[in-house]
Design a protein around this ligand. Structure first.
Ligand code: DGL
Length: 270
């Protein structure tokens, strides 16, 4: 048993969708969340920059005494998958649990992957899926407009803006006849109704935040690192940009109002 917090970071606030899943599945745990709102987006940056940012994000979480670090960010998990090698605590990215869930879900072996440009360009999901089963066929596509749509609250399945964007991005995957689609970015679960409408009910949507929260729970239980049952869980939120304006997006991504509960830190000093 280990009462120390779980550290979660993301390039911004998308990782709050994973925090939502972690809290639902493990209410006894304390979570320290860092959103790098001052340097988001990572998805359009170079590999070197993303890796440097990820090291600093993890260093901040370690300074908070966490027992595990989770990169709730498709981009970091793809481009800095080896981050755990330099950390003194276990590290979990979204890539491995999400690829495993998609490989288990597909019946036809045709899997679609959507994510940021950096995630898709890295080929990480192609490699992870092929390592699980070389016969799997992978069709991928970056969707750079999805993150700003989510952050600006364009989510409704009847709203023509997200609907037209999703139709444009997803058309090749639909034509390829995928039966499983990986939502390879932590913002994308918010667009699930739109994506489902475009892809159709027959396509299984795999939420990377949800799969990572489930994998975290399995890991903590199997390594005797879960918080003791009587432990009162809690959450602390940190960002690298102004804290004003956080509440509105947090309401969208976490489903809660976090007004006044967020602290600013200087991430460049880590
Ligand atoms: N959090 C990023 C991801 O999951 C999306 C936002 C960004 O580009 O930084 O890939």
């Amino acid at each position: 048993m280990d009462p120390r917090p779980i550290g979660v970071f993301d390039s911004g606030l998308g990782g709050l969708t994973a925090v939502r899943q972690l809290t639902a599945g493990m209410p006894d745990e304390t979570i320290v969340y860092f959103g790098d709102t001052g340097r988001v987006p990572y998805g359009s940056r170079s590999r070197e920059t993303i890796r440097r940012y990820a090291r600093q994000d993890a260093a901040f979480l370690l300074s908070q005494g966490v027992k595990m670090v989770i990169a709730a960010c498709g981009t970091v998990s793809s481009v800095a998958a080896d981050l755990g090698e330099s950390l003194p605590v276990p590290f979990l990215g979204v890539l491995a649990p999400t690829a495993a869930a998609a490989a288990a879900a597909t019946k036809t072996g045709r899997i679609g992957v959507i994510g940021t440009t950096a995630t898709i360009r890295s080929g990480s999901y192609r490699r992870a899926l092929s390592a699980i089963d070389p016969a799997l066929e992978v069709f991928d596509r970056d969707c750079p407009l999805f993150v700003p749509l989510v952050e600006n609250g364009f989510l409704g399945e009847d709203d023509p803006i997200p609907l037209l964007t999703a139709e444009r991005y997803l058309a090749p995957l639909k034509e390829a006849g995928v039966d499983t689609l990986i939502l390879g970015c932590t913002h994308y679960p918010l667009l699930e109704p739109v994506i489902r409408r475009v892809m159709g009910e027959g396509v299984a949507l795999v939420d990377s935040g949800r799969e990572t929260a489930l994998a975290c729970r399995r890991f903590l239980l199997s390594h005797d690192l879960a918080a003791p049952p009587e432990h009162e869980g809690g959450r602390r939120f940190y960002v690298s940009d102004r804290t004003e304006g956080f509440a509105g997006i947090a309401q969208i991504l976490l489903g809660e109002n976090l007004d006044g509960q967020v602290e600013h830190i200087d991430i460049e000093s880590y």
